[in-house]
Design a protein around this ligand. Structure first.
Ligand code: C2E
Ligand code: CA
Ligand code: CA
Ligand code: CA
Length: 274
């Protein structure tokens, strides 16, 4: 007797086919999205926990597909990485973010960088060229890099990150704690900020273990002299706990949702101290 009926196998294969076709069509569309003007950036505010003062903005890529409408970066970034188009797209993001930020009165602009971009031998020069072209001061730029982005070629990544730091650009380790070798990564690479993954922020109110980990990361940041930003702050009580624990910076829907303008916009003004 058959364990799996034929019809369900067929159905499964058809679904796989469809998923593969969909990826293929998105891959092709991604190549043309820049020239079609389908990309734009949203900005999400980052603040100092003690004063509520704005410290910077994170640029988040948005894709408005001409037929399908908005597609999440969680969906299209992996496809762009796989096909290599993330190199060109990432360059567009960096240039657009730097050029916009140059027109603001101040504050940092944080830009996400894929491991595929980082692996390119000319990445540090690209960053330098874009700073010159847009006139943005290097001290206002921060690149956000996840641990997984560093795995492929650690020697080259280290070399590139050192060159970028030498330009005066800051480097944040993104989604910290979500990986598995964070401590070694922290020791080996020249980070200027730790962005604590939002899964820990989420657990702050109810999960004693999550809170213990946040405390440990904050202590680590203190002893290494690297400021810590908590991602995904959604409630007042999370922000209060972070204040009690002396977390440096915060970002999340409570403080401000990502929106089309940076500078002084998108801040949830109700949170500003009187
Ligand atoms: P990420 O770098 O960890 O960015 C933070 C994500 O969390 C964003 O999702 C943001 O909208 C969301 N977020 C912010 N505050 C909150 C909150 O309080 N609660 C919850 N639940 N979520 C919050 P988004 O914009 O959909 O981006 C998803 C991911 O896509 C990013 O995660 C990043 O890994 C990637 N991504 C976005 N833009 C770029 C880009 O320009 N280049 C690259 N390489 N990756 C990007
Ligand atoms: Ca990020
Ligand atoms: Ca993150
Ligand atoms: Ca993430």
């Amino acid at each position: 007797a058959k364990i799996v009926p034929d019809s369900s196998v067929c159905f499964y294969e058809k679904e796989m086919d469809e998923a593969a076709r969909e990826r293929k069509s998105l891959r092709a569309d991604l190549l043309r999205a820049i020239e079609l003007g389908e990309f734009h950036l949203h900005y999400q505010v980052q603040t100092l926990v003690t004063t509520g003062e704005v410290s910077g903005y994170e640029a988040l890529l948005r894709w408005n597909h001409r037929e399908r409408g908005a597609i999440s970066p969680e969906e299209f970034i992996p496809i762009a990485e796989e096909s290599g188009s993330i190199v060109e797209i990432g360059e567009w993001v960096l240039r657009t973010a730097c050029s916009n930020a140059a027109s603001w009165s101040g504050g940092k602009i944080a830009v996400n960088v894929s491991g595929v971009q980082l692996a390119r031998a000319d990445f540090a020069e690209k960053v330098h060229a874009i700073l010159v072209e847009t006139g943005l001061s290097p001290s206002r730029l921060e690149l956000e890099i996840t641990e997984t982005a560093l795995i492929a070629d650690k020697v080259r990544a280290l070399h590139t990150l050192r060159r970028i730091r030498n330009l005066g650009v800051a480097i944040a380790i993104d989604d910290f704690g979500a990986g598995y070798s964070s401590l070694e990564t922290l020791r080996a690479f020249p980070f200027s900020k730790i962005k604590l993954d939002r899964s820990f922020t989420r657990g702050l109110e109810r999960d004693a273990q999550a809170k213990a980990i946040v405390r440990a990361v904050l202590a680590l940041g203190k002893s290494l002299d690297i400021p810590v930003l908590a991602e995904g702050v959604e409630t007042v009580s999370q922000l209060e706990i972070l204040r009690d624990e002396s977390c440096d910076e915060a970002q999340g829907y409570l403080i401000g949702r990502p929106g089309p303008s940076g500078g002084a916009a998108n801040l949830n003004v109700a949170l500003e101290p009187a």
